[in-house]
Design a protein around this ligand. Structure first.
Ligand SMILES: CC(C)(COP(=O)(O)OP(=O)(O)OC[C@H]1O[C@@H](n2cnc3c(N)ncnc32)[C@H](O)[C@@H]1OP(=O)(O)O)[C@@H](O)C(=O)NCCC(=O)NCCS
Length: 194
C-alpha cells in the first residue's frame, strides 16, 4: 500500500493506492450506494460486481485508489495506462470513480480524479479517456468540468476524452474546463461537513 500525500485533503480523509482485494465487500457497498438510480450502468449481481472489481485490479496492475474517511472506505478510482501503438502514444483510461453519496458534493470526486491524473501522468499518458452513461448527467457534468469533451457514443455510453494535464499549460486547461476560482483541474482545499 502507498499513502498518497495530498495536503489539501480535509481532516480525516486519506487516499491510498493499494490492492483492493481485501476490501471487496466494502467497495461493493460503496459502489451499490453510489449507483442507486443508475442501475443500467452498474453491476447489480454481487458475483458480477466482484468480477468487475477483480478486472479493475488487473487493469490497474494490482492496485486502485481508495479513499477513506476516518478509516472507513468512502470511495475509489480505478485507472489503466495503455500503450496505443497505432497512435504512438500512451492513453490513460479512467475506468471508475465512485464516491459514497453521503460524501458527495464536497470535492472528494475531484481529489480522486486529480490523484488518478497524477498517476497516469507519472506513467507518461498523454491522453485521458473514459466512458460514461449517456443519462448519467451528474458524472457527465463532473467530467466536463474536469476538461473532458464528448468524442463519440457506444450504445448507452458516451466516450469522453481530454489531453493529459502535463500536455497543457495550466491557465489554458482551466479555461478549457470552465474552472472557477473555487477549483481548477486540480482541486484546492475541500471541506467535508462532519
Ligand atoms: C461523479 C462522482 C464521482 C462525483 O463525486 P463528488 O465527490 O460528488 O464530486 P465533487 O464533490 O468533487 O464535485 C461535485 C460537486 O461538488 C462541488 N464541490 C466541490 N468542492 C466542494 C466543496 N468544498 N464544498 C461544496 N461543494 C463542493 C463541485 O463544484 C461539484 O459541483 P458541480 O457538480 O455543481 O460542479 C459521484 O457523483 C459518484 O460517485 N457518482 C456515481 C458513480 C458515477 O457515476 N461515477 C462515474 C462513472 S463514469
Amino acid at each position: 500500500m502507498c499513502e498518497l500525500a495530498d495536503r489539501s485533503s480535509p481532516r480525516g480523509i486519506t487516499q491510498s493506492c493499494e490492492d483492493p482485494e481485501p476490501y471487496f465487500e466494502d467497495l461493493m457497498r460503496v459502489y451499490a450506494r453510489a449507483y442507486a438510480g443508475l442501475e443500467q450502468y452498474a453491476y447489480e449481481d454481487p458475483e458480477e460486481l466482484r468480477a468487475y472489481l477483480a478486472w479493475l485490479k488487473y487493469h490497474g496492475q494490482g492496485k486502485i485508489i481508495i479513499v477513506r474517511a476516518d478509516g472507513r472506505i468512502i470511495g475509489f478510482a480505478a485507472v489503466e495506462c495503455r500503450r496505443h501503438f497505432a497512435r504512438k502514444g500512451t492513453v490513460g483510461e479512467i475506468h471508475e470513480i465512485v464516491v459514497d453519496p453521503r460524501y458527495q458534493q464536497h470535492g472528494i470526486g475531484r481529489q480522486l480524479f486529480a490523484q488518478a491524473c497524477r498517476m497516469l501522468e507519472q506513467k507518461g499518458c498523454d491522453k485521458l479517456k473514459l466512458l460514461v452513461g449517456a443519462t448519467n448527467e451528474r458524472a457527465r457534468g463532473f467530467y466536463t468540468r474536469q476538461g473532458f469533451r464528448e468524442t463519440g457514443r457506444l450504445g448507452k455510453w458516451i466516450r469522453m476524452e481530454r489531453v493529459a494535464p502535463r500536455s497543457v499549460p495550466r491557465p489554458q486547461l482551466a479555461a478549457a474546463s470552465g474552472a472557477t476560482a473555487r477549483g481548477g483541474a486540480y482541486p484546492g482545499s475541500v471541506r467535508v461537513a462532519r
